[in-house]
Design a protein around this ligand. Sequence first.
Ligand SMILES: CC(C)(COP(=O)(O)OP(=O)(O)OC[C@H]1O[C@@H](n2cnc3c(N)ncnc32)[C@H](O)[C@@H]1OP(=O)(O)O)[C@@H](O)C(=O)NCCC(=O)NCCS
Length: 184
Amino acid sequence: MSASSPDPSARPSAAPDDPAPSVVARERAPAVAIVPLAAEHLSALVDLWVASWAKTMSEIDFEARRPWLVEHIGRLEADGVAIRVALDGSVPMGFVTVDPDDGHLDQLCVAPDGWGKGVAEALVDTARRLSPAGLHLAVNADNRRAIRFYQRQGFVETGRGSNSRSGLPIVFMAWPGSAGDDQT
Ligand SMILES: CC(C)(COP(=O)(O)OP(=O)(O)OC[C@H]1O[C@@H](n2cnc3c(N)ncnc32)[C@H](O)[C@@H]1OP(=O)(O)O)[C@@H](O)C(=O)NCCC(=O)NCCS
């Protein structure tokens, strides 16, 4: 989604610079493996996307948006957007989409069972590696959990606007990149 409104997507092949699937051990959670999207993940990703967004914005019928999500993921893949999936064993727990050309993070979504367990952080770590020059996104202004999460991950607010489809207020956020991370 523009991280603002639930709009998703995915690509089955690894990006050229993609490392082997990484295993991220979290203090708060079992390890998850981050892998490129594969066809067998798609059904579970749609299920977790509906569940996660229904919990986040209960006033919207996300069940009705299943076909849109599948199409959107296909569009993102066609556009060369990287789509990475967090696996707990063989079970998808979340996914992220990043355009390595411009750093746009369109979708970040974790299954409700994975909230608060470091799965989202593992996905954002992957997004940072895919776009080390920086990331940017839009998030619904009332999505306080997501905004808090992004702030903790080093994103800062860069502006305000409204969603072109829903008209709901959105916050633009960006992570400035890792260029200065090792400099003191
Ligand atoms: C957004 C998302 C990826 C974050 O993952 P997560 O595992 O829930 O995130 P975390 O638990 O690590 O962090 C959430 C933070 O928000 C805080 N929080 C929870 N509810 C909150 C609320 N109502 N208001 C403010 N902060 C809140 C938590 O305490 C935590 O902060 P802390 O680590 O300082 O205590 C996940 O919740 C999700 O998939 N949500 C639905 C889809 C979505 O909103 N995607 C992002 C759209 S841009």
